[in-house]
Design a protein around this ligand. Structure first.
Ligand code: ADP
Ligand code: MG
Length: 372
């Protein structure tokens, strides 16, 4: 992205010998909604803190609208942060909390009042203006935390798991409000969350982090449908992996030789003969039958367990060679299937529905330019 609004280039942060963020680079467009996800301890908060100026990066640069900001103190950056814990001042009223940052920046009394009133109104908390924040509900406190940041007219709003303190119902409501607000204001959001549904429904792009590094950046669809590494596939969930060797071509499809037999793969551009790859198949694309001969890419399995997941049931299967597969079926299909735990079943999927993980190929040293 050449005209990045917010640009992070090679950010790194260690605490003593411990590397919290090894390398973080990302270009964000004006008004983009970015969600950062990853397991606990992978460096999400540290990354946000470097953006906010609460932590100095050991290496790397941050540019906002063309200006270096990584050496600026917190109060000179236009990147306030909304915390997981909200971090409101407990002995202050709603108004005092929202006003605080403006006071620190030396904004005059009348201007301060106008801006605070405006945001209290917009977030529907005017009624509580003079109330102590300790006497608010979770949702109301969340709005105060947002107002406190937004009143500063930020260029970028940083949010660290902002809805995790709310109950599920309130979190969903606030999620919708946040998205509307972000669209209306056109402010860039960098949003850390552990919730897949929040990240996938809110963000324009999702960043998956692992052990202080970026594993994948892409649209929610990219990440969900085309994870590039085993880590992302497992993190997103519901994806089965089978190792296979690339064999001959037929009708534009490739054959993969797995330990459980040959399977066909339609998405095979750039694969080379003899290469070992990881084949990935989404659980909702795998069909299960009790008799063979019903589908393509059929693999004999044992039904290990059934996991009830609301509208659908996850069937955990084991192939003859001991690989695990997960198939997601409708409850109705399971009733028709009529198979008990331990039964022999057949998993199958369309050749269009299998895809090869990119990362595994790179680490195995697949050639950069490959003949089709
Ligand atoms: P996340 O937000 O992804 O859960 P953090 O960015 O908070 O992860 O932390 C990344 C790693 O850095 C963690 O292992 C954490 O324990 C460590 N860490 C964070 N802050 C400090 C600190 N001030 N001193 C030492 N280690 C820290
Ligand atoms: Mg964190």
């Amino acid at each position: 992205m050449t005209n990045a609004h917010l640009k992070m280039d090679g950010l790194a942060k260690s605490y003593g010998s411990f590397i919290a963020v090894e390398e973080f680079s990302l270009d964000i467009a004006q008004g983009e909604f970015i969600a950062i996800m990853g397991p606990s301890g992978c460096g999400k908060t540290t990354t946000l803190r470097m953006l906010a100026g609460l932590e100095t990066a050991d290496r790397g640069q941050i540019t906002l609208a063309g200006n270096r900001i990584d050496q600026l103190p917190v109060w000179e950056r236009e990147t306030p942060m909304v915390w997981q814990s909200l971090a409101l001042f407990p002995f202050m009223t709603v108004r005092e909390n929202v006003e605080f940052g403006l006071k620190m920046r030396g904004i005059s009394g009348p201007e301060r009042k106008r801006r605070v009133d405006d945001w209290l109104e917009r977030l529907g908390i005017s009624t509580y203006a003079e109330r102590n924040v300790a006497r608010l509900s979770g949702g109301q406190r969340q709005r105060v935390a947002l107002a406190r940041s937004l009143v500063l007219k930020p260029k970028v709003l940083l949010l660290d798991e902002p809805l995790s303190a709310l109950d599920a119902h309130m979190a969903i409501k606030m999620q919708g409000e946040l998205k509307t607000l972000q669209r209306e204001l056109g402010i860039t959001f960098v949003y850390v969350t552990h919730s897949h549904s929040e990240a996938f429904s809110l963000a324009d792009r999702v960043v998956i982090m692992n052990g202080g590094r970026v594993e994948q950046i892409g649209s929610p669809q990219d990440i969900f449908l085309r994870p590039r590494s085993k880590f992302v596939a497992q993190f997103v969930g519901g994806i089965s992996l089978l190792e296979g060797k690339v064999r001959g071509k037929e009708d534009g499809n490739r054959f993969l030789e797995t330990r459980d037999g040959k399977v066909r793969l339609a998405n095979c551009t750039g694969l080379s003969q003899g290469e070992t790859v990881d084949l990935a198949i989404r659980a909702d694309r795998i069909s299960v039958t009790v008799t063979p001969g019903w589908g393509e890419n059929e693999i004999a399995c044992t039904l290990i367990s059934e996991e009830f997941a609301g509208a659908v049931v996850n069937l955990h299967l084991e192939t003859t060679s001991g690989h695990s597969l997960v198939a997601q079926v409708q409850q109705r299909e399971l009733d028709q299937l009529d198979a008990r735990t331990g039964a022999r079943v057949y998993a199958s999927w369309h050749p269009d529905d299998g895809f090869v993980l990119e990362e595994a190929r790179q680490t195995r040293g697949a050639p950069k330019v490959r003949a089709a």
